[in-house]
Write a protein that binds this ligand. Structure first.
Ligand code: URA
Length: 215
């Protein structure tokens, strides 16, 4: 059992709905279609947790009966940054609850020999210094891609940066906290370990392949 107290910025989302859907996603029998649908549902649920401290503004509105002060968010101040390609699977579910959010993309692939990230694409919205960023990738495995992505994002001086994944492991969290101890990490599970190929055990396999049916 991993001692999670050494990761003070870790937010483990242990809601029963989240854990149920994650378990279905892990099963090797789950089809591409089912995996994608569950990922969408899970991302929507995770969106509630990761946006919990989003800034709100009061607004005066009229109900059919009287005037009241309501609460709004400014969704376009939020940027969801997807680490390609698996991060894309998280976007739809999150955008279904924050439809005004902006979207950035970072293309990174893992060199299979070194397991180090190689960048091939980077596109962010303008005025990043006015926005809060959530970097998304289903798997925080070695942590190398997430660390590189967050470095690039931080260089644009956003107001804040968070990281959202479905699954991680102690090795990934260690790497992340060494480079970015200030970045809160939201995950549905911390699994046992990485294998020699950089896959999480017990994990769910290759998230990209399972989302896109490319295996
Ligand atoms: N990326 C994946 O898709 N799965 C893992 O287990 C690790 C990295």
């Amino acid at each position: 059992m991993t001692d999670l107290s050494r990761f003070p910025n870790l937010h483990l989302v242990d809601h029963p709905l989240v854990q149920h859907k994650l378990t279905l996603m892990r099963r090797k029998e789950t089809s591409t279609n089912g995996f994608r649908r569950l990922l969408g549902e899970l991302s929507t649920l995770m969106a509630y947790e990761v946006t919990r401290d989003m800034p709100t503004q009061p607004i005066e509105i009229e109900t059919p009966l009287e005037t009241m002060s309501g609460t709004t968010i400014d969704g376009k101040k939020l940027v969801l940054v997807s680490i390609l390609r698996a991060g894309t699977g998280i976007l739809d579910g999150m955008l279904s609850v924050v439809p005004g959010a902006r979207v950035g993309h970072i293309g990174l692939y893992r060199d299979p020999q070194t397991l180090q990230p190689v960048e091939y694409y980077f596109k962010m919205p303008q005025d990043m210094q006015e926005r809060d960023v959530i970097v998304v990738d289903p798997m925080l495995a070695t942590g190398n891609s997430a660390v590189a992505a967050i470095e690039k994002v931080k260089a644009m001086h956003p107001k804040s940066v968070k990281f959202l994944c479905l699954l991680t492991c102690p090795e990934g969290l260690d790497t992340m906290y060494k480079s970015h101890p200030d970045v809160p990490v939201f995950t549905a599970a911390v699994d046992r370990q990485l294998n020699d190929h950089g896959y999480i055990l017990p994990g769910l396999g290759d998230a990209g392949d399972r989302i896109f049916g490319t295996q």
